[in-house]
Design a protein around this ligand. Structure first.
Ligand code: G16
Length: 557
């Protein structure tokens, strides 16, 4: 269908067409707005960033000039990758109905096609171009960041957007800023719209929550050689001597260091201490890893026999949910506040058992956007992916109750005050490693737990996660919250048969939305069995999907 002439005329006569010419689409690349926006090798992303700038401005116009966020990051991916995602006015991920538009616009192969798609899009969504556009953007520490930000700025300029550069910061700070800007001066004010405002909000809630507790021993933080390093350095100054942070892997200017053999994804996938921390983490000491943009958190400790123990997103969910349930009961709010948990298929079976014995639990597809929306159905929704990405949401009704509820006893009053402070401490826009870290520290301080007490809440089922590079990961389609494959045909029944042969065996396969791989997860009664199941399923994936020989699981070559 040809684009309506009026819009084509507008787009061509505005700066969009001429500026778009400077950002040609690379040949033979197909872009997709995936689990967390566009993400691929940085060298092909120039045109995507320009077009995302245009799209962000249009999203703001559509929402009456509300500020939209744009984050330039590839989070846990290796340094040569980069990516970009849009943030909606409440600091949440882009409305999923716009993801397809983002994909279409990014793949228009010429300027004329782009202009034509844009015109159709503006018309279809009835976007009033006379409305103002406001965008705030930031980037992580990747070397490719500055050039990609320049492309983004060109897209914003093309639409005359009012743009605010938040500089180099974490993904969660950018999400915080979006919500803070859009609620400034309203009754829903989220805080001052600056990094200082973020630090103030989190640290003052933390200091109140731990006021009567003993100061814990120093916490070691693996910053993944990413943007978490400078932000954690600044956070430490707000915490003073109430929490001493020992920062490791802070080499943000060393080429190739980002997420390399360190960081939350390394810890979760390899189930090992980053080699750079050997000798730095003392037996019994708490440590944690952030990822490249500090939205994921993984805790760990080593015991007196030097054994490594990982405390992942599932363990964080168990710790935090139990603490919140106790506070809700003690405050006398049990009948008014439904607390629930949201997980994905990656949640360890033992964690799901532990949680479902205590409170409602839902399983949704991977991606914080799915978990976030599911968590909104509870008064207090705790969501964590096993990879350490998550947060806690207090619904508007729950926040209102916390403000107006009259406690009847001193114990109720104290528990209520703790809930009010948690509502301030937790960054509710998105998973935030630093906010989550303070939350964990609060619970450990209140419970007088060390790493091993926390770890003993339940015993993880042995598990293994592997990646397989295939010719086309898009041929893998899933249903039932990604627990069942519907394509390629015949593969699911083979996986099911195989898993049945292992005691406690469970395995599923899904295409990644952030890397060009298929992920295979397996659980079984022992570690060797979980490894074997994972590699055998990976072998099936490889055989069904024309895997790349270099990625064939080596146990089966
Ligand atoms: C992103 C998403 C997470 C998701 C992860 C891996 O995290 O925000 O929700 O779990 O990707 O997704 P996939 O398995 O589809 O690659 P991050 O930290 O990389 O932004």
């Amino acid at each position: 269908m040809p684009a309506p002439a009026i819009w084509t005329w507008w787009v061509k006569t505005s700066a969009v067409g001429s500026r778009a010419d400077k950002h040609p689409v690379p040949a033979n690349v197909r872009f997709q707005y995936g689990t967390a926006g566009f993400r691929t090798i940085a060298s092909v992303l120039d045109s995507v960033l320009f077009r995302v700038g245009v799209l962000a401005a249009l999203r703001s116009k559509k929402l009456d000039g509300k500020t939209i966020g744009v984050m330039v990051t590839a989070s846990h991916n290796p340094e040569q990758d980069n990516g970009v995602k849009l943030v909606d006015p409440r600091g949440e991920m882009l409305d999923t109905s716009w993801e397809a538009h983002a994909t279409t616009l990014s793949n228009a192969s010429t300027t004329d096609d782009f202009v034509s798609e844009l015109a159709k899009f503006v018309e279809k969504l009835q976007i009033d171009l006379a409305k103002p556009a406001r965008v705030v953007y930031a980037r992580d520490t990747r070397p490719s960041g500055p050039a990609l930000v320049a492309s983004l700025e060109d897209g914003l300029r093309a639409l005359g957007a009012e743009a605010r550069n938040a500089g180099v910061t974490t993904t969660p700070v950018l999400h915080y800023l979006v919500r803070a800007i859009n609620t400034l001066g309203t009754k829903d004010s989220y805080g001052e719209d600056s990094e200082e405002g973020y630090f103030q909000k989190l640290s003052s809630a933390y200091l109140k929550l731990v006021a009567p507790r003993q100061t814990p021993p120093p916490l070691l933080i693996d910053c993944a050689n990413g943007v978490g390093a400078p932000i954690a350095t600044r956070l430490a100054t707000y915490l003073g001597d109430r929490l001493s942070l020992v920062l490791e892997n802070t080499a943000i200017d060393t080429p190739g260091a980002l997420n390399n053999a360190c960081g939350a994804d390394f810890v979760k996938t390899s189930q090992k201490l980053p080699p750079s921390l050997a000798g730095r983490l003392q037996p019994g000491q708490r440590g944690c890893s952030l990822d490249g943009d500090a939205d994921r958190l993984m805790y760990f400790y080593i015991d007196q026999r030097n054994q490594f123990h990982m405390l992942d997103g599932d363990k964080i969910a168990a710790l935090v949910a139990a603490f919140i349930v106790d506070l809700v009961k003690t405050s006398g709010l049990e009948s008014q506040m439904k607390v629930g948990v949201v997980q994905t298929a990656y949640a360890n079976g033992a964690s799901t058992k532990y949680l479902t014995e205590r409170l409602p639990v839902k399983c949704v597809p991977t991606g914080v956007k799915h978990l976030h929306h599911a968590a909104e159905s509870y008064n207090i929704g705790v969501y964590f992916e096993a990879n350490g990405h998550g947060t806690v949401l207090f619904s508007p009704a729950a926040q209102e109750t916390l403000q107006t509820y009259e406690p009847s006893t001193p114990a109720q009053a104290t528990a209520l005050e703790h809930l009010r402070n948690l509502n301030q401490l937790i960054n509710q826009t998105v998973g935030d490693a630093l906010s989550d870290m303070l939350l964990v520290e609060v619970v450990l301080a209140h419970k007088a737990y060390d790493g091993s007490d926390w770890d003993s809440l339940y015993v993880d089922l042995p598990n293994r996660l592997v990646k397989v590079v295939v010719a086309d990961r898009n041929q893998f389609k899933t249903e039932d919250a990604e627990r069942q494959l519907v394509s390629p045909p015949g593969l699911q029944s083979k996986i099911t048969d195989l898993a049945r042969r292992f005691e406690g065996g469970r395995s599923f396969v899904r295409p990644s939305g952030t890397e060009d791989v298929v992920r295979v997860y397996a659980e079984a009664g022992s570690k060797p069995q979980a490894d074997e199941l994972a590699f055998r399923v990976a072998g099936l994936v490889y055989d069904f999907a024309g895997g790349n020989p270099t990625s064939r699981p080596k146990e089966f070559i």
